[in-house]
Write a protein of this length. Structure first.
Length: 166
């Protein structure tokens, strides 16, 4: 069974724009259910991004996500090296700041891709980012995923693949 590895924007965009916590309770109940049954997971660096604002989303995550939801990114250093190698191989396309941000050890994206790459047959990234191969000032998650054969989908596609409604 596939496991969906969620990016921070899965939570942030839902909370801020599409599914506010106080209105779209069905969405958040479904997220909690999927987290509890192991259908969705994430990594510690996403947790840090979610928790850096002391807001309702942080509180919701603390109160509703299981303790094992955020996986240790330190366990995928071998795969992170592959993601870094890809970034360096395309460094002539991206501006230095884009590469520095993507490879920053505190940033989640490269580690999220590495985590999915560690079991690419069973892990699918969930992100709201869309492919922008011509962009030079930011490396979007779809570009390294496409290059490294890591699957990714957006939130709605994930729900469809899981056969879930809310």
């Amino acid at each position: 069974m596939a496991v969906f590895v969620v990016d921070s924007n899965f939570f942030i965009q839902a909370h801020r724009a599409t599914y506010p916590l106080d209105i779209a309770t069905g969405f958040w109940n479904k997220v909690k259910q999927l987290a509890n049954n192991g259908s969705i997971v994430s990594i510690d660096k996403v947790k840090k991004e979610l928790y850096n604002k002391n807001d309702d989303l942080k509180n919701w995550c603390i109160d509703n996500l299981p303790d094992n939801f955020f996986n240790e990114s330190s366990e995928v250093i071998f795969e992170y090296a592959k993601v870094s190698s890809w970034a360096m191989s395309v460094s002539s396309h991206y501006l230095p700041n884009a590469l520095n941000e993507f490879l920053d050890s505190e940033e989640a994206d490269a580690f999220l891709i590495a985590f999915a790459l560690a079991d690419s047959q069973n892990r699918i990234i969930v992100t709201q980012e869309v492919s922008q191969p011509g962009r030079r000032n930011k490396i979007k998650i779809p570009e390294p995923c496409n290059a490294l054969n890591v699957q990714y989908v957006n939130t709605i596609k994930m729900f469809r693949l899981l056969g879930e409604t809310f």
